[in-house]
Design a protein around this ligand. Structure first.
Ligand code: PEP
Length: 257
């Protein structure tokens, strides 16, 4: 089954709405210049909540070939939850994706497995696609348990999901030791992890489900390593952090995908 590659830029807590506006306009121009075809590759930006509306206005006004989403979501639908943003609010802003379970959220916020499962459910229920982040720490890699660890995280989150949900689930294999460190996984390492995750989903939900789920690699992706990485059969694109803050570099990565 042909899976359309996805390149998603995780801006983290960078770019106010004016900087986001400039970025989107320039990216759209660079994509047009490169004859970008959204049927062959999808591009998504994950701004801070405060920039989502500005991105939406630009994308919708010019029907730009750029999707967008959020970096986290509340597990509740509405009410007295100060500071939270619901899945429906994001869907109303035209979000297509929400990053769930990023290692920085697991570390700096009380996001445990149960909360991550609920976020995934909330995103799916609002007809958006969760980008579920999994991946081992340096210590787990040193112990040689990296594949079991990443597959275990996928297993925990998908335990109560339905086969049909797999078409909308995106998994980002992001070894924690590679995030923001400049230490990128080898293409072979990324392929092994992506393959193990796909095999797990196939064994649990059937082969069509395993073949339909998109698996991204994330962790110090740049235009220098993207090409070898994307040529791996089970790597369907990237979740890009640092390199997504430079619009020219991000566009280069998109072109390679
Ligand atoms: C990330 O935080 O999702 C990420 C992949 O960051 P970086 O590309 O900077 O390693």
């Amino acid at each position: 089954m042909a899976r359309i590659p996805l390149v998603a830029g995780n801006w983290k807590m960078n770019f106010d709405h004016l900087e986001a506006t400039y970025f989107v306009q320039k990216l759209a121009w660079l994509l047009r210049d490169a004859h970008f075809d959204r049927r062959r590759c999808q591009v998504a930006l994950m701004p801070a909540f405060t920039a989502l509306r500005s991105v939406q206005v630009l994308v919708e006004a010019d029907n730009l070939p750029i999707e967008y989403g959020a970096q986290a979501v509340s597990v509740t639908t509405q009410g007295a939850f100060t500071g939270d943003v619901s899945a429906d609010m994001l869907a109303q802003l035209g979000c297509s994706y929400v990053i769930v379970g990023h290692s920085e959220r697991r570390k700096y916020h009380p996001e445990d497995d149960a909360n991550i499962v609920d976020q995934v459910r909330a995103v799916l229920a609002a007809d958006m696609k969760p980008i579920l982040c999994v991946g081992e720490s340096y210590e787990e890699r040193r112990q040689g348990i990296q594949l079991d660890f990443a597959v275990g995280q996928v297993n925990d989150v998908t335990r109560d999901l339905a086969k049909e949900d797999m078409a909308n689930l995106i998994v980002a294999y992001e070894p924690v030791w590679a995030i923001g460190t400049g230490m990128v996984a080898t293409p072979d390492t990324a392929q092994q992890a992506a393959r193990a995750i796909r095999d797990h989903i196939s064994s649990k939900f059937g082969d069509p489900a395993g073949q339909s789920v998109r698996i991204l690699y994330g962790g110090s992706v740049t235009s220098k390593n993207a090409s070898q990485m994307i040529s791996q059969p089970d790597v369907d694109g990237f979740l890009v952090g640092g390199a997504s803050l430079d619009v020219e570099e991000f566009a280069r990565i998109v072109r390679l995908a």
